[in-house]
Design a protein around this ligand. Structure first.
Ligand code: KG4
Ligand code: ZN
Length: 334
């Protein structure tokens, strides 16, 4: 089955073709970062308009690269939520129309299920990675620990009470004057920061439980930054201290979740999953526990069409179909 995947939930237009027999055939991504950078954050109306401009050419390019014609497709998958309503509607409208015109089924995919299954796009994971496992989903909108008992059988173990991990990276970067999108830049600075010069708390690790809270950490960074000499090196050192606090907190909660779910496999997905220190720490944790950890390749940690094509292909294979109406769910629990 050859499935076209379309992702337009936020500020990236992602398109891919996944073949259930031959794997990923092609994928293309257009990031709107330059468009929103002027405003210091995503402007929803501009995001929708840019998806309108980019989506159809991107579908053409992706199909050309895959060597397929539109009529070779057996199904279309699109992100139905959660996300920005206008942006989602662009993807849903195009996906439904393509499917209708070809007479093939369409299926709406939960964006976070796309992230969750992205590690399975890696050929070696398809052999080794089987549920049950614990997934850490860390993106700009989510910080969740999920017990994956099977594909589509998910139990939420822990969630954030306030900011998501990626949001904390972005807001912390912004308060130290870094341009949007600050998270990856902050991580870059942290690589050259001095470990241990700034020590921030590991929120909610002093009590049992799997909940997260990152907004207090951001306030601690603000105080440290305001009281500092604000040199470039201090900025790197604070970035390092912040990143270590987030990485430690996430690692501690992963350990607890693995114990609670009695699992020895961890899957990490979402934009923050591209963080080098987080990857190294979780790799170390899982080798100490004699378990396995799986990450998507860094390009598939952040938003992309491949994860949607893959998650959609699994759902279409399982017989799921969407009616002809064009609906999206900007807020949607997985
Ligand atoms: O999954 P994603 O692309 O979009 C959402 O669904 O939110 O995640 C984007 C988030 C942003 O908050 C960004 O700052 C963060 O992931 N991010 C990172 C890194 N790369 C992206 N955070 C820390 N370190 C990184 N290397
Ligand atoms: Zn995402």
């Amino acid at each position: 089955m050859r499935v076209l995947g379309i992702e337009t939930s936020c500020d990236e237009t992602g398109v891919a073709v996944f073949d259930t027999e031959n794997g990923l055939l092609a994928h293309h991504l257009f990031s709107q970062i330059d468009l929103h950078a002027l405003y210091g954050g995503v402007v929803p109306e501009l995001a929708s308009r840019d998806h309108v401009r980019k989506l159809v050419p991107l579908i053409r390019d992706t199909l050309a690269e895959s060597g397929l014609e539109l009529t070779d497709l057996d199904g279309v998958a699109y992100t139905a939520g959660p996300g920005l309503v206008g942006a989602l509607l662009v993807g849903a409208g195009v996906a439904r129309s393509v499917a209708w015109s070809l007479g093939v089924p369409a299926v709406g995919v939960h964006h976070m299920e796309g992230h969750l299954l992205a590690p399975l796009l890696e050929p070696e994971a398809q052999e080794r990675l089987k549920p049950p496992f614990v997934a850490l989903l860390v993106s700009g909108g989510h910080t969740q620990l999920i017990h994956v008992r099977g594909i589509g059988d998910y139990e939420l173990l822990g969630d954030t009470l306030d900011d998501a991990a990626g949001e904390a990276f972005d807001k912390t970067a912004k308060l130290m004057g870094l341009p949007y999108p600050g998270g990856p830049l902050l991580a870059q600075l942290a690589l050259e920061g001095t470990a241990g010069r700034f020590k921030f708390t590991r929120p909610m690790t002093d009590r049992p439980g799997l909940q997260f809270s990152f907004s207090g950490l951001k306030t601690q960074v603000l105080m440290a930054w305001q009281q500092s000499d604000q040199t470039a090196q201090t900025q790197r050192d604070i970035a390092r201290g912040f990143e270590e606090a987030v990485v430690d907190t996430l690692a501690m909660k992963c350990e607890r979740a693995l114990d609670a779910a009695d699992c020895d496999t961890l899957v990490v997905a979402g934009g923050v999953g591209a963080n080098r220190n987080l990857r190294a720490r979780l790799q170390q944790l899982m080798s100490e526990r004699d378990g396995q950890v799986h990450f998507p390749r860094p390009a598939f940690c952040t938003d992309n069409g491949a994860m949607i094509a893959y998650a959609g292909a699994l759902r279409l294979l399982a017989g799921q179909r969407q009616g002809p109406e064009i609906t999206v769910q900007p807020r949607w629990d997985m």
